[in-house]
Design a binder for this molecule. Structure first.
Ligand code: HEM
Length: 384
């Protein structure tokens, strides 16, 4: 059996609202061949999770993007490697991003978030994307990586261009090529002296000096921080404000009951990273469909999270749902290395908002179209 579709997952209309397309793909079968992208979509929860678990079968070593140019550039990065190389690269990041290392940041993040929210609350009206969601993670992650103010000014554009490059080689990606080029030039020329002493960025070069990783791996690990840690959290936070403005009774539940499960539901409902890809290493039978060895597979996290085979009434935003098993941080050996930090940032911001804000009233949101990231360009807000 072979299910096929001619849908363009990365067209403007689909990026505006991918969920009806995902529902069609899930209804078609466990794996659907996407003719336009020459790749298979895996749209259902169970199969996405299973593929993430079986890294030997669904390999990252040939890249996790949907185009050859980006995959060539990803070669040897933590995202685009299998064990044993992946284990070595990841150990450098895990040590820095482990809960023990992060706990010392918590008090500082809580204060920074409260100050920012107080300042915005006093203004009464602000843009939830530009004034809140972009400001906080950018500040936190740039400080952690230890980059100069000049580089900090570029990080948003770099992260956006990098995520779009995980999609197909479409016009959106081509238009952002000069931005990616500038990022690569900086990554290749950067050395330990460009990164603050004691920072996560500097620690990468120290790991190379200690022989844990090759010197050549340093720019690639640095790129993981620069891209993975910023746009993701930014869009998670702006999606959160948008959802709580649309669902005031759910915001009441957060104000009374805390933010942790609520953040999982925000991530489930609108996964900031909608998809990454893998390559099959053997023929893979999936419930009557066989994906041949060597084919590219798009793992649709954003679709799996809306699968009613796993989540009852998945299109309802409900913070009381136990959604901690969502796919938005991935799963298995490549599961997000920065999720502890992302959760800490979200907890700091949502708790500060819960303390001050009774209701969000929003103007018209403007969606930001990126091949892989789902989020907003702008969201005018008035708070009470
Ligand atoms: C809400 C925020 C975030 C989301 C939704 C998110 C999402 C993801 C996803 C889906 C993956 C899996 C990649 C795969 O399956 O191939 C991943 C990996 C990764 N993330 Fe995150 N991320 C977030 C925040 C962060 C932060 C704050 C950092 C670091 C500062 C970070 C660093 C990484 C790294 C280094 C990897 C690669 C792990 C590996 O390949 O072993 N992420 N992230």
């Amino acid at each position: 059996m072979r299910f096929t579709s001619d849908v363009d997952l990365f067209s403007d209309p689909t990026l505006h609202d991918p969920y009806p397309v995902y529902a069609e793909l899930r209804a078609q079968g466990p794996a659907v061949y996407l003719e336009r992208h020459e790749a298979w979509a895996i749209p259902r929860y169970a199969e996405v999770r299973n593929a993430l678990r079986k890294w030997e079968t669904f390999s990252s070593a040939n890249g996790v993007a949907l185009n050859d140019a980006m995959n060539a550039g990803l070669n040897g990065t933590v995202l685009a490697s299998d064990p044993p190389l992946h284990r070595r690269l990841r150990s450098v990041l895990s040590e820095q991003l482990a809960p023990r290392g992060l706990e010392r940041l918590r008090a500082d993040l809580t204060t920074q978030a409260a100050d920012l929210v107080d300042e915005l609350f006093d203004k009464g009206e602000f843009d939830a994307v530009r004034d809140l969601a972009q400001v906080f993670p950018l500040r936190v992650v740039a400080d952690l990586i230890g980059v100069s103010p000049a580089v900090r000014g570029q990080l948003l554009a770099w992260a956006d261009a990098s995520f779009t490059a995980f999609g197909p080689l479409n016009q959106r990606m081509i238009d952002l090529q000069p931005v990616r080029q500038a990022m690569h030039e900086w990554l290749e020329s950067a050395g330990p002296d460009d990164l603050a002493p004691g920072s996560l960025g500097r620690a990468i070069y120290e790991a190379a000096d200690a022989g844990v990783i090759e010197q050549a791996s340093c720019p690639r690990l640095l790129s993981a921080y620069v891209t993975a840690g910023i746009d993701t959290t930014i869009n998670a936070l702006s999606n959160a404000v948008h959802l709580f403005a649309q669902n005031p009774e759910q915001w009441d539940a957060v104000r009374l009951g805390g933010a942790e499960d609520a953040f999982n539901e925000v991530l489930r409902y609108d996964s900031p990273v909608q998809a990454f890809t893998r390559t099959t290493t053997v023929d893979v039978p999936l419930d009557g469909v066989t994906i041949p060895a060597g084919d590219r597979v798009v793992l649709l996290y954003g679709s799996g999270n809306r699968d009613d085979r796993h989540y009852p009434a998945p299109d309802r935003f409900d913070v009381a749902r136990r959604a901690g098993d969502h796919l938005s941080f991935g799963f298995g050996i490549h599961a997000c290395a920065g999720q502890g930090l992302a959760r800490m940032e979200a907890d700091a911001i949502l708790s500060a908002l819960a303390h001050r804000v009774h209701r969000f009233e929003t103007g018209t949101p403007v969606r930001h179209l990126n091949n892989v990231i789902r989020g907003l360009e702008s969201l005018p807000v008035r708070v009470r």
